[in-house]
Design a protein around this ligand. Structure first.
Ligand code: 5AD
Ligand code: SF4
Length: 440
């Protein structure tokens, strides 16, 4: 979502004379869009700020000004503390106020270095005040929902992103139409709790929204993330069997394989529920594969609890996964739990889990050898004449292919498999056709 938000900040500023640059030395403004989900992500902010202070000073010596803004969830959570620790920061703004950037810049320019703070949850929706999105690739993100009311005991999201909010279905369809008219072929619908989506007027959930989007010309592929297992309703599961454009790959975080840990995490699902949901999804679409998120070393996690996680991971065979050591976040209930797991044990468990997860990913990738997969090319490769695209399962696929196939869904025979990517050749009959060429 931060990638999407950064893009939207770029869209806002494009209307005020700013353009994107990868050259920070030449930039009039630097925005650090931050993540607060784990401690490490937040720490990165202060080390990056040190780097940009040097840059700002060097530019000042050359008679140029540089505005430094901190956006995102660290800004939301730490607010004025950022200004205190890094007084050279000009603007601190939360994730709900980036439509106000032009006004904040004007205030910062007038404020003679005092710094401007805006971490409100404003009554107006930023989405109503943003210019049209300008896509930069044939695969685009589209935020449909923000915030979370679930309050998992480890998580800062309900505090930094606020309560669940869903955008109106008509606005989402209109944004998707614009994206597709501009050449986008794949849309990933985003939300902290994307399958809790509910249109305010009609009560339509994610299933009906997906069906509405399926009618849009040029939209070949749809994905959504991140889902909570308890919000996988029957209609959404059925959509996986009925909507061809919905890719057979779902990110469904389980966090732990132990019911006792899940209860202390306030996850509201048990392992049996999770397995049942997967069975239903597989019954709807038998080529569906899953990715997941795991936390190891949650307070009170015993050896037995952790073994249950290893067993679940091996048993389900996720084709991709993110796994993390539990990171206590200030103000969340789990941070105050008494039985914190020692850091060394967390590291040991993380390594053991990642061995299992990597083995599943490798096994799936190796099994792709010789298969024909539909690939959406969305960027140039490192080699001359090479394009890189994504398979239905999000694997990057490297292929020697003409530039004209950029933005097209094209059949590729997989000839090379690696831990994190695939290589292939254009299929002889490659016409950029069906998504369903892959057998389960
Ligand atoms: N510590 C470790 N991992 C966390 N996540 C969220 N909060 C924490 C935390 N405090 C992980 C969860 C979530 C993903 C986005 O980040 O696995 O699904
Ligand atoms: Fe955080 Fe997801 Fe739990 Fe919400 S459902 S509190 S975003 S982990």
């Amino acid at each position: 979502m931060n990638v999407y938000d950064s893009g939207r900040m770029g869209d806002v500023l494009a209307h005020h004379g700013y353009g994107l640059t990868i050259d920070a030395d030449g930039a009039d403004m630097v925005i650090l869009n931050t993540c607060h989900i784990r401690e490490k992500a937040a720490e990165k902010l202060y080390s990056e700020l040190g780097r940009f202070r040097i840059l700002k000073d060097a530019r000042k010596a050359a008679g140029k000004t540089t505005l430094i803004a901190v956006a995102g969830c660290v800004a939301q959570a730490e607010g004025a503390e950022i200004m205190r620790r890094a007084p050279f920061v000009d603007i601190v703004l939360g994730p709900q106020t980036y439509h106000r950037l032009p006004e904040l810049i004007a205030r910062a320019e007038r404020s003679a270095g005092d710094g401007v703070l805006d971490i409100e949850f404003p009554p107006e929706s930023k989405f109503d005040h943003l210019p049209d999105a300008a896509p930069t690739s044939s695969a685009a993100f589209l935020t449909i929902q923000e915030g979370c009311d679930k309050f998992c005991t480890f998580c800062v999201v309900p505090y930094t992103r606020g309560a669940e909010y869903s955008r109106p279905i008509a606005d989402i369809v209109a944004e998707a139409r614009l994206l597709c008219a501009a050449g986008v072929a794949e849309i990933t619908l985003l939300g902290q709790n994307v399958n809790a989506y509910r249109d305010g007027d009609t009560g339509a959930g994610l299933g009906p929204l997906i069906r509405a989007l399926d009618d849009i010309d040029g939209l070949a592929r749809l994905r959504y993330m991140t889902s909570h297992p308890i919000d996988m309703d029957d209609d959404l599961i059925a959509a996986h069997g009925e909507v061809d454009a919905l890719m057979p790959f779902l990110h469904l975080p389980v966090q732990s394989g132990s019911d006792a840990v899940l209860a202390r995490m306030n996850r509201r699902h048990r392992i049996d529920d999770y397995r049942r949901t997967i069975d239903q999804l597989m019954a709807a679409r038998n080529d569906l594969k899953l990715s997941s998120d795991f936390i190891v070393g949650f307070p009170g996690e015993s050896d037995k609890d952790f073994e249950a996680t290893l067993e679940l991971a091996a048993n389900i065979g996720f084709i991709q996964a993110y796994s993390f050591k539990y990171s206590p976040r200030p103000g969340t209930p789990a941070a105050a739990m008494v039985d914190q797991v020692p850091e060394a044990l967390k590291s040991e468990r993380l390594a053991a889990l990642q061995d299992v997860l990597n083995a599943s990913q490798r096994e799936f990738n190796e099994g792709c050898d010789g298969r024909v997969m539909a690939v959406l090319f969305d960027r140039a490769g490192r080699k001359d004449g090479q394009l890189v695209g994504r398979s239905p399962y999000m694997q990057p696929v490297h292929v020697m292919a003409p530039e004209s196939l950029m933005g097209q869904v094209t059949d590729v025979v997989i000839t090379e498999t690696n831990a994190n990517s695939l290589g292939g050749e254009l299929a002889a009959t490659s016409t950029g056709t069906s998504q369903r060429k892959i057998s389960a």
